[in-house]
Design a protein around this ligand. Structure first.
Ligand SMILES: Cc1cc2nc3c(=O)[nH]c(=O)nc-3n(C[C@H](O)[C@H](O)[C@H](O)COP(=O)(O)O)c2cc1C
Length: 200
């Protein structure tokens, strides 16, 4: 019984302990504030209270940001449906790739690499930082910047629809180090960083 309870607790906060792929939970797709209240609440936050993000919240956040809401199309639009944007997750214990199709976090590296995110005063207490990465074989950097704006707004609205989450889009990051930390290939470029954290 004790073992089952411990497993359950650990599975809620997996990012803190695991150096392996993490199966995300199916997105909730219900709840949150009504639409007009959500838009009214959208704003940038840069000060967070350190708290672990439950796996369900992280699963919902990533799905809202850029998950698949139809068999081959996503919650954020892209020019000609090129789907050039992918998301990476950086937290205090490691780096993961969001495999939206598999609803999986693929483990990339263990360790605290948040210094590469820049503006540490913002990301230190954030639960996670989402990094938007463009595949420039699929689309131009101009289109990728526009696509990132939609993803960013999805994240803003996810936070605004919640009771206790905040976020800020960040164009300021370490352009030399962050691609290395994410182990990007030459055709990939970081466009935007977006920490998400708890306000209370
Ligand atoms: C493309 C883009 C880049 C941004 N870069 C940063 C940044 O590097 N650091 C930061 O603190 N805020 C950044 N912001 C957030 C803006 O400062 C913020 O959206 C603006 O002040 C308006 O405030 P609001 O979002 O609360 O309406 C960025 C926003 C956008 C859209």
């Amino acid at each position: 019984m004790k073992k089952i309870f411990l497993t359950l607790v650990l599975s809620l906060f997996v990012l803190t302990i695991q150096a392996q792929d993490i199966n995300l939970l199916p997105p909730t797709k219900t709840g949150g504030k009504p639409f007009f209240e959500t838009i009214n609440a959208r704003h940038s936050e840069r000060t967070f209270v350190k708290r672990e993000m439950p796996l369900q919240t992280l699963s919902d956040l990533l799905w809202v940001a850029n998950g698949f809401n139809r068999p081959d199309r996503r919650t954020a639009p892209t020019g000609s449906n090129k789907q050039e944007m992918e998301l990476y997750v950086v937290c205090d214990t490691g780096v993961f790739f969001y495999d939206a199709k598999q609803n999986l976090l693929k483990f990339i590296a263990q360790g605290d690499f948040r210094i590469a995110l820049g503006q540490l005063h913002i990301s230190t207490n954030a639960a996670v930082s989402i990094v938007m990465v463009a595949d420039l074989d699929k689309s131009s950097i101009e289109n990728a910047r526009i696509s990132s704006g939609y993803i960013s707004q999805n994240i803003y609205l996810f936070a605004a629809a919640s009771e206790d989450l905040g976020t800020v889009a960040r164009g300021s990051f370490n352009r030399d180090d962050l691609p290395k930390v994410l182990q990007l290939k030459n055709n990939q470029a970081v466009v935007l960083v977006q920490p998400v954290g708890y306000l209370k």
